[in-house]
Design a protein around this ligand. Structure first.
Ligand code: MG
Length: 386
């Protein structure tokens, strides 16, 4: 029996993770859950899954939950430290980190520093603190198994050859809802339109990131640190059906791909049970039906995101953290109607090109870079005229 904690249990990945874990009550115990502030969702999950410990990041919401539970189980932690305490709890074996954004970094580090398996859905912790996370994980024998569908695919494809024989990693991207949308009309894109993703159903932040292709940019950086692989040998290909989740090309020209219907429950269960696999009651790919798979190169003129991400990871150190923080502020500003859609690109570009890059060898310098980047992104948002 292994105990798990799901950080971000009210989100789309968190709910899927609960569903996946609850199918195996003999093998997995749901020990800890955390939410940012959605205590209604958490209360329902407490009633259903009886965790020992929960954490509510928002302290006011945590106090509210404590009032309603009135001293009965579970133990309630709160705030950033509460989340770290949960992620490093000695009775937890696997931490599923599906916190949204930079806020997930400290819990990834806490889990890594206590030698746990981390089922990592919080790509931002790998982007902002990749090198540090890997170093700490290695020195404490913590395993990082990606839950991001592309990185899960690459992780699986890497089983078919030696590291020295890899030519390149190929990340697939659905292309988002604006793949065929004229760039001249990008300024007219509304929040509602941007929130409609063609193939995946996800939270708001990642859905906007998918529409701008910033998500793919973040995923290039995530792959660099996760697989310790150079940026110039990580390619992106647009694949609108989201059936091929990513590929690895070996030096003999052989390309290994992982395919399935787009369903996050598969990479979640893979990360929980690796190296074993479990049967999932999701629909198989049906080869008795005619279907086709399309591939095309990304349009880097329309979507500057990939090149911005490449620029950040080539500079390295705190540049990826700066890239990520500027994007988080820009996405938030777009969702709140302060900037237009192309404003996201220009804010990230401006912040990245003017920021001071420092060494990213400790959490303090990464946090400092994150804060400064947010400040300068907010300043630019304030000047924005739609
Ligand atoms: Mg992904």
């Amino acid at each position: 029996m292994r105990n798990i904690a799901i950080l971000g249990s009210s989100g789309s990945i968190g709910k899927n993770a609960l569903w996946a874990a609850s199918r195996f009550p003999e093998e997995l115990g749901i020990f800890g859950l955390s939410v940012h502030s959605d205590i209604d969702a958490l209360s329902e999950q407490i009633a259903l899954f009886h965790p020992e410990i929960v954490c509510v990041a928002d302290k006011i919401a945590a106090a509210e939950l404590a009032r309603t539970l009135n001293g009965s189980k579970p133990i309630i932690l709160s705030g950033e430290h509460g989340l770290e305490e949960l992620a490093s709890h000695p009775q937890i074996d696997i931490v599923i980190n599906s916190v949204v954004g930079f806020a997930g970094l400290k819990s990834t580090l806490a889990a890594a520093g206590t030698g746990k398996r981390i089922a990592l859905a919080n790509k931002e912790s790998m982007v902002a603190g990749g090198r540090l996370v890997k170093d700490i994980a290695e020195s404490h024998n913590a395993e990082i198994i990606p839950v991001d569908s592309e990185h899960s695919a690459i992780f699986q494809c890497l089983k078919s050859g030696r590291t020295n024989d890899i030519r390149r990693l190929i990340l697939t991207s659905s292309g988002g809802p604006f793949r065929n949308y004229p760039v001249e009309k990008f300024r007219e894109i509304t929040v509602d339109l941007a929130l409609k993703h063609p193939t995946w159903s996800m939270g708001r932040k990642i859905t906007i990131d998918s529409a701008t292709l910033m998500n793919k940019g973040l995923e290039i950086i995530e792959a660099v640190y996760l697989f310790d692989f150079p940026e110039d040998r990580i390619d992106v290909v647009i694949h609108p059906q989201s059936v091929v989740h990513s590929m690895v090309e070996y030096i003999d020209g052989s390309v290994i791909a992982q395919l399935s219907r787009p369903d996050m429950r598969l990479p979640i269960e893979y990360a929980l049970f690796y190296p074993e696999r479990r049967g999932l009651d999701i629909a198989d790919l049906d080869f008795n039906m005619k279907f086709s798979l399309d591939f095309e190169p990304p349009d880097n003129h329309k979507f500057p995101s990939l090149n911005l991400a490449r620029q950040a990871v080539r500079v390295g150190n705190t540049a990826p953290a700066i890239f990520n923080a500027a994007n988080e502020i820009a996405v938030d500003a777009f969702l709140n109607g302060f900037i237009d859609f192309p404003g996201i690109f220009s804010i990230v570009d401006d912040v990245l090109s003017s920021a001071e890059i420092i060494q990213a060898d400790c959490i303090e310098s990464i946090i400092e870079a994150d804060i400064k980047s947010r400040e300068s992104a907010r300043t630019i948002v304030g000047r924005f005229e739609k």
